[in-house]
Every structure is written in C-alpha cells, then in structure tokens.
Design a protein around this ligand. Structure first.
Ligand code: ADP
Length: 482
C-alpha cells in the first residue's frame, strides 16, 4: 500500500485505497491512497509553509540538491525501468530515454539559480533606480500524466521548483508511482526540505475534489496540467472563475511531411520512431504522414517492413519495442477507429488487430477524409498511423495544419532551406526539419499552440512559473504635482 507524501512524510490516507493494475497482465500492481480534499489541503498548507525558505535558499544549496537527485535517478535506473514496464507498459527504450532526460533536466535546472534574475531599468526621475526581478509565485499544483510518466512528472514540478516555487502534485490514477510517488522517494533521499514537494494520489472519482482544493486555495498560484484537451476545458473554466494561471500541455495531431527530395530510408526511420514509440501513447507521436507521390510506394513498403520487425510483448524483455496499451478503453478506441477507416474503404498496410492489450502497430492508407482517424479533429492515442500521398507540397502543408491541434511537426527533405521555409509557415509549437515529431531533449522548450496548450518546458518555463517584480528606490526627495 502506497501513501501520500506530505510535508516530507509518508502520510496515511484519510480515505480508502484504489488499485493500480499492470497493463499487460491486468494483475494488481499496487494499492494507493485514495486522497481527499483534506489530504490535499494538508499538502497545500505544507507547500505554502515551505515556500519562503525554499525561495530564499542560496543557489548553491539548491543546486546541490538537484545534482544529488540526478545521481539518485541514475543509480536507480534498473529499478525505474522495471517500474515503468510493470506500471505503465513502457519499453526499455522508452524508459531509459525518460531516465536520461530526467537526469539531464535536473542537472540543467541545478544551475538556474545562478543565472541573472532581472534587469536594471533607467528611470526619468532624478535619483530613482528601478529594478525588475524574477520572483517565484508560491505553490504550483501539478497534474502528472501516466504515459511518459517518469519524465513528464519531473517536467511538471521540477521546473517550478527550480525557480523557487514549492509544489503539490496529483499523479495520474493509472500510474501514480512512476508519475509521482517514486519522485518523492528520490527527493526525500536527496534531502529536499519537508514541504517543498508533496504528492496526493487519488482514485479516479476523487480527482475533481482534489482539483477543487487547488483552485480554491489562495496559496496555489499556478496549475500545471498535462492531459487531454477535454479535461483541460473543464479545469480551464474553473481556473477562469478562480483567476488562476494554468500551464497546459495537451494533445497533438502531429503531421510528418516527406518532400519529394527526402531520403526515404531516413524518413522511414524517423516515422517508425515518431509514430510507434510507447505504442503511440505520447502527445508528440506522429499521427499522419503526407508523402510525395513519387516516394509513396517505396516509403510505404519500407515502413511496413521496418514496423513489422518491431518486437511486441512484455516490455520487461529489453528487446521488446511495443508493449501493451494502458487499458481496455485505449484498445477499444483504436480498434473502433481502425474499423471506421476500413469500413469507409481505407487500405490496411499492416496491423489492425490486438492480442489482449498488445495492439499491433497499424498503418492505413487511402483513408477517406471523413474517417475519424484522419480528420485531425481528435488524436487516436495509440499505434495508428495514417499515410496520404500528395502531388502538391503546398496542399500538404495546408492539410497538415487543418487540425485544431498544433504541438509538433516533422518535415523530411534533402534541401535544408526548403525545409526551414516550410517550417516557418507551420502553426505549431515545434517543427523538426529532418527529425521525427518526437525529438525531446531536456533543454528544448516543448509546448503547443491552439488546442495543444499554453506554456513551454525547459528554461523558458520561467515565463510561466515566475512573475516580474518592479522595485524602485529614490535617493532624492520626490517632486509631486500636489
Ligand atoms: P488521460 O486520458 O491522459 O488520463 P485526462 O485528461 O482524462 O487524461 O486526465 C488527466 C488528469 O485529469 C488525471 O489526473 C485525472 O484525474 C484528471 N481529471 C480528469 N477529469 C477531471 C475533472 N473533471 N476534474 C479534475 N480532474 C480531472
């Protein structure tokens, strides 16, 4: 049984527990505390009490804590790989990628306390000096997701903490250990002061009560949410009433455009990785490929062969690339969308069926525009890739952006200038020229436009997690008009 982490202590739940299942075997993985509003209030109070000391801690002291946490993450690699496989169905390729990024982000953030914290502004008033300083806000509440659980949880709370805020997180009900509780173990071992980082877990039906505490607590200044745009709308409406700032990392319908001068082999590699990493359950996975007609047949044949070579099975096996989908709902969604496309006359290139929750990487072509999986209105959160041939690159660019999302995009071309010119016209938070839609690094600011969200990760999140303080000091008597 796993309990909350509040004020530096593993705290007994005041309510009942909820089960977390292994997505492959469906066996009980862990019982976790089903948190209540009271638990959340205690966590927010602890974070608020810890804020001033944390915000004013010397940069070197804070740096030492982050560096120590990075070392612990690396030391625990094997254990974390096993955890992410058993709780979330992550392959070793995906979990080690997350561990590397997490350690890198901790080490980068460790130095931010030494960066310049503001500016001096010249004043027109004789004897007045004006400074503008970045200040942390207070408590940042975070919703951490189940998919890229380990890394995305760090991204949710570590960035605000690096700028001097304290945090309370509510991990996903589907993977609460890899999206929050294991981080509490790491930060506790590293010696982070009590209250700076708190975790309250919840049963699915308890989510709204916890969120309500975040919205109604004056100490909570920002809510950092990673999840679906559907839930973000509910939370955003509530945030509007509370006048709370939200940072939103939502979904995507991420296109790849393969221009007629692209290297076909490179494009096949980029799309295989971009579309099928973590079984297509990441917001940055490639959902649709627009490929120049002259390359289409060679591209599809090569992609089919590469995708069919990916080993499927229990992700605890280090050679497995494709593990299970997170639950039956995810399997049902992709199955329904594949059926919808095929019923409308699409061609199945590969996949299209599951063995339990092991859904085969699936590729469809000749998909009619009214099929759900190709319209771009809603992402299919699983291993389903749509391919469409194009004759006119302008038309491909227009279609690729005909979606309410705008998270990431990929352009494959032999002509860098052509790629950059097209990238410049993409209405998307991220565009990779000659790289997959998934090309994360800790230092690169991830975030979307349109329905993909607001805010950026990495150092640029300073805009989201701090506020500017204007301070003036005068050395001469004031000259007042009355
Ligand atoms: P996903 O489908 O990826 O799990 P969701 O957007 O459904 O994404 O959920 C993300 C987070 O939002 C979860 O932690 C869940 O508990 C929370 N959540 C879902 N619905 C609500 C709600 N009505 N109020 C508050 N939190 C919610």
């Amino acid at each position: 049984m796993r309990t909350h982490f509040i004020n530096g202590e593993w705290t007994d739940a005041s309510g009942p527990t909820f089960p977390v299942y292994n997505p492959l075997s469906d066996e009980l993985f862990e019982e976790c505390a089903a948190g209540t509003a009271a638990d959340t209030e205690a966590a927010v109070a602890a974070a608020a009490a810890a804020f001033h000391a944390w915000a004013s801690m010397a940069p070197g002291a804070r740096q030492a804590l982050f560096l120590k946490a990075a070392d612990i993450v690396e030391r625990r690699t094997e254990e974390l790989v096993t955890l992410m496989a058993a709780e979330g169905g992550a392959s070793r390729a995906f979990s080690t990628f997350q561990i590397r990024l997490s350690a890198a982000m901790l080490r980068q953030a460790a130095g931010w306390g030494y960066l310049p914290q503001g500016d001096v502004i010249l004043s027109d008033t004789p004897g007045r000096t004006a400074t503008v300083t970045r200040k942390p806000l207070g408590v940042v509440a975070g919703f951490t997701p189940w998919n890229g659980a380990f890394y995305l949880a760090w991204r949710t709370f570590l960035l605000p903490m690096a700028f001097g805020n304290t945090t309370v997180i509510k991990p996903s009900e589907l993977a609460p250990i890899s999206s929050g509780l294991v981080h509490a173990e790491i930060l506790a071992e590293a010696g982070f002061p009590a209250g700076t980082f708190n975790v309250v877990t919840n049963a699915p039906e308890g989510a709204a009560a916890i969120a309500e505490v975040f919205f109604s607590s004056p100490a909570v200044r920002v809510i950092n949410f990673t999840g679906s745009d559907k839930t973000a709308r509910i939370l955003g409406e509530r945030a509007g009433r509370a006048l709370k700032r939200m940072v939103l990392e939502l979904g995507g319908f991420n296109p790849a455009i393969i221009l007629d001068d692209a290297d076909v082999e490179e494009s096949i590699k980029a799309v295989t990785f971009g579309a099928f990493l973590h079984q297509g359950q990441v917001c940055m996975n490639t959902r649709k490929v627009y490929v120049a007609r002259s390359l289409h047949d060679a591209f599809v044949a090569g992609l089919k062969a590469r995708v069919e070579s990916l080993k499927i099975g229990d992700p605890i096996d280090p050679t497995v690339i494709i593990g299970p989908l997170i639950n039956d709902r995810a399997v049902a969604q992709i199955a329904a969308r594949v059926k919808d496309a095929l019923d409308r006359g699409a061609t199945l290139v590969t996949g299209g069926y599951a063995d339990g929750r092991l859904y085969r990487p699936t590729i469809v072509t000749n998909v009619p525009a009214d099929a759900i999986c190709t319209s771009g209105a809603d992402e299919t959160f699983g291993p389903l890739l749509v391919i469409e041939a194009f004759d006119d690159a302008e038309e491909a660019l227009r279609k690729a952006q005909d979606t309410p999302y705008g998270l990431t995009a990929s352009i494959m071309t032999g002509d860098r200038a052509r790629g950059l010119a097209m990238a410049d016209r993409f209405d998307s938070g991220i565009v990779h020229v000659n790289g997959p839609t998934m090309a994360s690094e800790a230092a690169l600011p991830v975030g979307g436009v349109k329905n993909s969200g607001w805010g950026r990760s990495g150092y640029y999140s300073i805009e989201d997690f701090t506020e500017l303080r204007l301070t003036t000091v005068s050395t001469e008597p004031g000259r007042y008009p009355f």
